[in-house]
Design a protein around this ligand. Structure first.
Ligand SMILES: [Zn+2]
Length: 689
């Protein structure tokens, strides 16, 4: 699953660790997070005015962001920390006392990452082969040969992304595809927005790139020139890039070219040479997801001097490896990408970073042992039942939609019936035996792993689709819907308290994992997912009138969320609103998930002879459902990170995932006795599903 196919739609966007400290902070086991936490509730707040403040207020006040984080959520972060700790135990034990060949492999991978003394000793030597190749570039026409060499070696090749994807219009086929790339900052807007705030960030970025080059041994004058070249190239690539919102429309990223026509579009870069070097099977056509980017890259290759390209590639080599280089480099990297850009106070502890890196490289090796301990078969059976309950209620919901014609309802029900569920972990594990791991060669391991992943991905070309493959590792605290596969996926990592707990009343469980399941199912019917049919093909199945009614409803959601504030004005930085178009799919899924999980709860309670108004611990079942849901999203986030998320994250922040969803669902206002017209019970609520 590479990074640019019709992207699987995640439940949340995980924060990336930006740097780490060499210090040997000792890990400690985090406690379980309760599914329903009365102590988190701020009873001074009015649930009808600001339900997020009511359900999460005390938690938010008493749980400041830890120094090594930029975003701290009650559920995702705490379960993530717990899963990482349990994984670390496994890795630490495999690194000291491996009991199988597989343990030896991932134990060595982890140990190589943890050996910061060796990282210091080696200095920049592991990057020498890449630097030497870059130094040999004589004219821009050799750029394709150089990029091919770097890519073939597993070094950083930043110019664009190449891989295999399902054909959006014929999901049974796996085809080649190219996608834009080339930037270091989080989004094209960082290069292009013309205000004081972003101008200052660009100045700080320039200073950071300069500093990294001087650390690598260049004179300050040289380094300044090189940094200017990097910013110039990246700015031009940013201009040529398709904006994030436009990438969400699958029609915008589907452009089938013959290899010959693609080459005619971009004569300055020899793609045939590149495809040969990365050893992909020959092919005649490919998806050029973002043709404008490749035209822009072509013009840039013709225009920029060789020295500028050398600076750009050297920068990406340094930047790509920065967290695994000597302390001076990762401190500088952290100062800009961690502190300045994201507001992180302290680097991520090394053990956390190495655990994450090992999970990234060998996730289905590490995960095999992890699920044995952390995911009992009974949990899988319980999930099957829950998913079936949610499927039924989404089916009931479709049947009763007032705005949809019978023909479209039938097509929607057919699509729903074709959604496949994947729960816990893969039936068949990946084979990592071809990945060579050396205990004393961290950068080499990373490069070999990059080559191994690329070969694995490219090997899919022309083969039948394997429905059993996963795009997430078992300990991951997340979930996704894949439009081309038409499947919903729940790794074992999220199937734990506070999301999933069968010792607690069904209301809280449906508010937790029930809404998550409903969210993923609704993705099949959001503004993006609804463009694919039940077989994962980009094909209209709504009548024109129904599509028009659908779009009017999604427009309502987009406008509503665009009015929500992500960050208040501060200094040179203006107030930042959410982008209702960027977050439309996620908001639609949140709204649908909350509604259909509630319907499934009603069915479940009725079957058990219980009622939604039964009381437990001073709250009705309905109240516990909404509070349990809201408490999944309690969070604190640095201002910098909130601003970044507003530009790049298709998910709304916790406050709006909660308040946006409940204000569009009339059962909420009724449950809490809100007067119509209160912020959480508005007269003009939006509804898609
Ligand atoms: Zn989602």
């Amino acid at each position: 699953m590479n990074c640019f196919r019709i992207a699987p739609i995640l439940l949340l966007t995980a924060a990336t660790a930006l740097a780490q400290a060499p210090a040997a902070q000792k890990p400690a086991q985090p406690a379980f997070v309760p599914s329903f936490d009365a102590a988190a509730i701020d009873k001074t707040a009015d649930p009808c005015t600001d339900f997020y403040q009511y359900a999460c207020g005390n938690w938010v006040k008493s749980n400041p962001i830890p120094a090594d984080q930029t975003r701290w959520g009650r559920s995702f972060s705490l379960v993530g920390e717990r899963n990482r700790y349990l994984l670390w135990q496994e890795l630490d034990s495999a690194a000291t006392n491996p009991k199988s060949a597989l343990e030896k492999q991932y134990g060595d991978y982890f140990a190589a990452c943890m050996d910061t003394n060796l990282i210091e000793q080696k200095g920049l030597k592991p990057l020498d082969p890449a630097f030497q190749r870059i130094a040999t570039l004589k004219d821009a026409h050799q750029l394709s040969a150089l990029a091919s060499d770097l890519e073939a070696e597993g070094s950083s090749m930043p110019l664009f992304n190449f891989g295999v994807e399902q054909d959006a219009k014929d999901s049974s086929k796996q085809i080649a595809g190219v996608f834009q790339g080339g930037l270091s900052l989080p989004d094209r807007d960082y290069y292009l927005v013309d205000n004081k705030h972003y101008a200052e960030i660009r100045q700080q970025y320039l200073a950071h790139v300069t500093k990294m080059f001087t650390l690598a041994g260049d004179t300050p004058e040289q380094a300044g020139r090189e940094a200017a070249a990097v910013l110039e190239i990246e700015t031009a690539l940013a201009k040529a890039s398709t904006p994030r919102v436009d990438l969400r429309d699958p029609q915008n990223i589907y452009h089938i070219y013959t290899v010959a026509d693609f080459q005619k579009l971009t004569p300055e870069f020899d793609y045939s040479l590149y495809f040969k070097a990365v050893k992909v099977r020959p092919f005649d056509t490919l998806n050029v997801a973002t043709p404008g980017f490749f035209k822009g890259l072509n013009e840039l290759i013709a225009k920029e001097p060789v020295a500028a390209w050398q600076s750009y590639l050297r920068w990406h080599t340094l930047h790509g490896a920065a967290v695994n280089l000597p302390k001076a480099f990762f401190d500088e990297n952290f100062a800009f990408f961690g502190q300045t850009l994201a507001g992180q106070k302290e680097p991520t502890p090394r053990w956390k970073q190495c655990t994450r890196m090992t999970d990234n490289a060998l996730g289905e090796a590490v995960g095999q042992d992890w699920v044995k301990v952390n995911f009992p078969p009974a949990a899988k059976a319980s999930m099957d039942q829950l998913v079936a309950a949610l499927e039924k209620s989404l089916g009931d919901d479709i049947k009763t939609l007032p705005w949809m014609s019978d023909a479209t309802k039938k097509a929607a029900e057919e699509k729903l019936s074709l959604i496949r569920n994947k729960i816990g972990y893969p039936e068949k594990w990946r084979d990592y035996s071809a990945l060579k791991v050396q205990r004393e060669d961290l950068i080499g391991n990373l490069e070999r792993s990059a080559v191994f992943e690329r070969n694995w991905d490219l090997d899919h070309l022309g083969k039948p689709v394997d429905e059993k493959e996963w795009g997430m590792t078992p300990p991951t605290v997340n979930a996704y819907y894949d439009p081309s596969m038409n499947d919903i996926n729940f790794p074992a990592g999220i199937l734990q308290p506070p999301f999933f707990d069968f010792k607690i009343d069904p209301a809280v469980n449906f508010g937790g994992i029930g809404v998550v399941i409903g969210h993923e199912m609704t993705h099949g019917f959001d503004d993006e997912g609804s463009q694919f049919d039940g077989h994962g093909n980009l094909r209209e199945w709504q009548t024109p009138a129904d599509r028009k009614a659908f779009t009017a409803r999604t427009d309502c959601v987009a406008d509503e969320y665009s009015s929500f504030e992500a960050a208040a004005a501060k200094g040179d930085a203006p107030a930042q609103k959410l982008n209702g178009r960027l977050t439309l799919g996620e908001n639609t899924a949140d709204n649908g998930g909350l509604r259909i999980a509630y319907m499934a709860l009603l069915d479940t309670l009725a079957a058990e002879g219980k009622s939604i108004s039964d009381q437990i611990g001073g709250y009705t079942e309905a109240q516990r459902y909404f509070i349990g849901f809201a408490q999944v999203w309690c969070q604190n986030q640095t201002e910098q990170s909130a601003r970044e998320s507003a530009l790049v994250d298709p998910h709304s922040p916790g406050r709006w995932r909660v308040n946006g969803s409940v204000r569009n669902f009339d059962q909420f206002g009724k449950t809490f006795g809100c007067a119509q017209g209160k912020p959480m019970f508005p007269a003009n609520a939006c509804r898609v599903w």
